[in-house]
Design a protein around this ligand. Structure first.
Ligand code: KIV
Length: 272
């Protein structure tokens, strides 16, 4: 499967501008996480426009119960593996826990993800406006991440849907606008009621990629292990096992991309 957006363009690595064009055209963006060269190559070939080297690797690769133990060196190692085989997809790498506490510290760590890992964009959790402004002023592409923030798990007290009450929903919308105004060119919204996620998506000019945020977002992301049913625990409600309906990983990845593009995934069953 070729990338839909690229079918009328020459093959090249996508940028945030291509994602913006997709949003403006109403074309859905497909994203999956990857942590190694083999999956990265397959996900790219399946037609995902974005590959996220998420700090979820702390859980699904390293076996920790949270993402908090992940180090910048871990992210660089896995990002380097991923960027060896990604051809078209834009690669985003997560800044791990406490590696962007100040703008200067964030810049030092983001530079390593870009120079040593080969990432095109870095992602950080929360409305860290001063950090986003500083990074984007230095020419670094930033993806925001709002809603359920796994790096704040101890403060949140569990993996719960965010923005359910009116005041929290208003704050989430205000934070999303602030993240955009600070210079972020992409936003991930995690575990947010579908109506709120749709409202935020419609209020922003930058693309919004959802996970557990309904089908009103500009695109979807899942942890690749979850969508292949590779899990020791319970699969999250917002995920779907795409391997159970087919007989190969390649087909499962292609079916995911197709389901995101057509709007078949996520259904209300995968939303809050
Ligand atoms: O770390 C990760 O994989 C993520 C996604 C769940 C959005 O941040």
């Amino acid at each position: 499967m070729s990338h839909n957006y690229l079918s009328s363009n020459t093959m090249k690595t996508l940028t945030h501008l291509d994602l913006l064009t997709m949003k403006q055209r109403g074309e859905k963006i497909a994203c999956l996480t990857a942590y190694d060269a083999s999956f990265s190559g397959l996900i790219d070939a399946a037609g995902c426009e974005v590959i996220l080297v998420g700090d979820s690797l702390g859980m699904v690769i390293q076996g920790n119960s949270t993402t908090l133990p992940v180090k910048v060196d871990d992210m660089i190692y896995h990002t380097r593996c991923v960027t060896k085989t990604s051809k078209c997809a834009l690669v985003i790498a997560d800044l791990p826990f406490m590696t962007y506490a100040t703008p200067e510290f964030a810049a030092q760590n983001a530079v390593r993800l870009i120079q040593d890992g080969g990432a095109q964009m870095v992602k950080l959790e929360g409305a860290k406006i001063d950090v986003i402004e500083f990074l984007t002023t230095q020419g670094i592409c930033v993806c925001g991440h709002l809603g359920l923030l796994p790096q704040f798990i101890h403060q949140l007290g569990g993996y719960k849907v965010q923005g359910k009450l009116a005041q929290a929903a208003e704050k989430l919308l205000a934070d999303a606008l602030a993240v955009q105004n600070a210079g972020a060119t992409l936003l991930i919204l995690e575990c947010v009621p579908a109506d709120l996620a749709r409202k935020i998506t419609e209020s922003l000019t930058i693309p919004v990629i959802g996970i557990g945020a309904g089908n009103g977002c500009d695109g979807q992301v899942l942890v690749v292990y979850d969508m292949l049913g590779i899990s020791t625990g319970k699969r999250p409600r917002f995920s779907k096992d795409f391997l159970s309906d087919t007989n190969s990983i390649e087909s499962a990845l292609k079916n995911y991309v197709q389901a995101v593009k057509s709007g078949e995934f996520p259904t209300v069953q995968h939303s809050f």
